[in-house]
Design a protein around this ligand. Structure first.
Ligand SMILES: Nc1ncnc2c1ncn2[C@@H]1O[C@H](COP(=O)(O)OP(=O)(O)OP(=O)(O)O)[C@@H](O)[C@H]1O
Length: 339
């Protein structure tokens, strides 16, 4: 092992009979941000904790710059960890919290670092604020600044924004990426939120059942999901067999592949196939019209507004669909998140 940065090889994390992490390999280059994205129970936190040394590993290795750390205690790995609840010290002010891990630095240097980090997270001038007066979003920004202060060679973030509401998460995720990039921090970021993973990461690893089902840039993973269950988890719905897709105007011969319909993948077209309307719901800027796919559940068509009809003519837009291999048991064709 000589690769720069983090090299995880064949790592296994078990809890009794449960294999939470099932022989995973993962490389993270210096300065790179990787998101571990997956449903609840897919093994994201266990992998992160295994890398940190917070969970014993049943097999495999964790190395930094080619040096095996598997037997190195947590606090000697040079890694930082940030959790959902930033766990700030209530008896210290904001500046005292950020400076916590750099007590050994000369005072002027310490203060300069605190000032720089508070500026980066959008809290310039907050040094003397009491922790108890901060909003949830401000507290997580302080927690981020505190995690970055000792310049960890790797920062492990476990759902750092998930306790916040959606609007705040969307605002903070941009700040988070900007801050990690500005400090050239190498990071592994655990989230179950697809938008958050895509917004923060250089590469996204999709975990299913303790394994990495796919890893790539956000654009690659979205445009070309490796498997039906990955497409499903990313929010493609439904996944249509070739015959059904062809009936909705999908042009290419597909064999036994499936057409994964992305948001906006089904469009209104007067020359298209008329499908029964099941339900109509207004959204900001469009109406979501749910239609019945013959023999294959339902799908949503986006239209400018609701229509006073019981059926609507639609076709698939190939540019908003992906083609994926069917899984042998077809188990991943139902229950996907919708738009
Ligand atoms: N301390 C533990 N004891 C027993 N089983 C555990 C423990 N921690 C995790 N598991 C099990 O390991 C599997 C993976 O859990 P893990 O928390 O890593 O998933 P996750 O993807 O991070 O999920 P979530 O998004 O819900 O946190 C699950 O089946 C879980 O029940």
């Amino acid at each position: 092992m000589s690769a720069a940065g983090l090299s995880v090889r064949d790592i296994v994390v078990r809890f009794g009979p449960v294999t939470a992490v099932d022989h995973i390999d993962l490389d993270v280059a210096p300065g790179e941000i990787i998101a571990l994205l997956g449903a609840s129970g897919s093994g994201k936190s266990s992998l992160l904790r295994g890398i940190a040394g917070l969970e014993p590993i049943a097999g495999g290795s964790v190395a930094w710059d080619g040096l095996d750390l598997s037997r190195t205690p947590v606090h000697q790995r040079g890694f930082g960890v940030m959790f959902q609840d930033g766990q700030l010290f209530p008896h210290r002010d904001v500046g005292g919290n950020v400076a916590y891990g750099i007590a050994g630095l000369p005072r002027a240097e310490r203060q300069a670092r605190v000032t720089q980090l508070l500026h980066l997270v959008g809290l310039a001038g907050y040094e003397h604020r009491a922790i108890t007066t901060l909003s949830g979003g401000q507290a997580q920004r302080v927690a981020l600044a505190r995690s970055l202060a000792p310049r960890p060679r790797l920062l492990l973030l476990d759902e750092p924004l998930s306790a916040l509401d959606r609007a705040l998460r969307e605002r903070l995720v941009g700040m988070l990426r900007t801050t990690l990039k500005a400090t050239e921090t190498t990071a592994v970021y655990v989230t179950h939120d697809q938008d958050e993973a895509f917004a923060v990461a250089d590469r996204v690893a999709v975990l299913i059942d303790g394994r990495i089902a796919q890893i790539g840039s956000p654009g690659e993973v979205w445009r070309d999901p490796a498997r039906a269950d990955v497409a499903h988890f990313l929010g493609y719905s439904p996944l249509l067999p070739a015959g059904v897709a062809a009936g909705l105007g999908y042009p290419d011969p597909l064999g036994d592949k499936l057409v994964a319909v992305g948001p906006g993948g089904l469009v209104t077209d007067p020359a298209g196939r008329r499908l029964e309307i099941v339900e109509q719901v207004d959204h900001r800027g469009y109406a979501a019209i749910r239609v019945r796919i013959p023999g294959d559940g339902t799908a949503v068509v986006r239209a400018p507004a609701q229509v006073p009809e019981t059926a609507i003519a639609v076709r698939l837009d190939p540019a908003q669909c992906a083609v994926v291999a069917a899984s042998p048991d077809g188990a991943d064709r139902s229950g996907a998140p919708t738009m």
